[in-house]
Write a protein that binds this ligand. Structure first.
Ligand SMILES: [Zn+2]
Length: 160
């Protein structure tokens, strides 16, 4: 790994998701790759959800951080392969849970709609007795659940 590539990773390490400020872009798997090409350094980002309104801001944040560090790099938004919740690191999942968002299971676990959603545990009390209130939470990326044990509503990052 070249020095400039390491510099870019270090520069972007603190950038977080605009909607979930506790998790970094790298932990979410949005910050995909940094490569040195004959044309300069390329930073590849992949939006979590196509059309996610936060993506424009993420791109701006990445550009801004690179500018501030004086690093000339191109920011490339790559849509294929499509982002999947499987790209969220173990650390990212743990941070989501502590933040009060139930982290997604693996894509293969994507559930059909049930009144009581099995497998989605309450991030507050760990109860598996939860129900889905709405397919959409504060953003299209998340759905809204309620815990039947502690009665607290919480958001679940949808597996895709
Ligand atoms: Zn609970």
């Amino acid at each position: 790994m070249s020095t400039v590539v390491e510099q870019v990773w270090a520069t972007l390490a603190h950038l977080t998701d605009p909607e979930i400020p506790v998790v970094t872009l790298r932990e979410l798997g949005i910050l995909r790759d940094v490569t040195e090409t004959p044309d300069g350094v390329e930073v590849v980002i992949t939006p979590t959800y196509t059309g996610c309104p936060a993506m424009g801001q993420i791109e701006d944040d990445v550009r801004g951080a690179l500018d501030k560090a004086g690093i000339a790099a191109r920011v490339i938004t790559r849509l294929a392969p499509a982002w999947t919740t499987d790209w969220i690191s173990a650390e990212g999942r743990e941070k989501l849970r502590r933040y009060g968002i139930a982290p997604p299971g693996a894509c293969a676990d994507a559930q059909p709609i049930h009144l009581v959603a099995r497998g989605i545990t309450c991030p507050r009390c760990d109860s598996a007795q939860t129900e889905r209130l709405s397919a959409f939470g504060s953003t299209a990326c998340k759905s809204l659940y309620r815990c039947l044990s502690c009665r607290e509503p919480f958001e679940h990052f949808k597996p895709i």
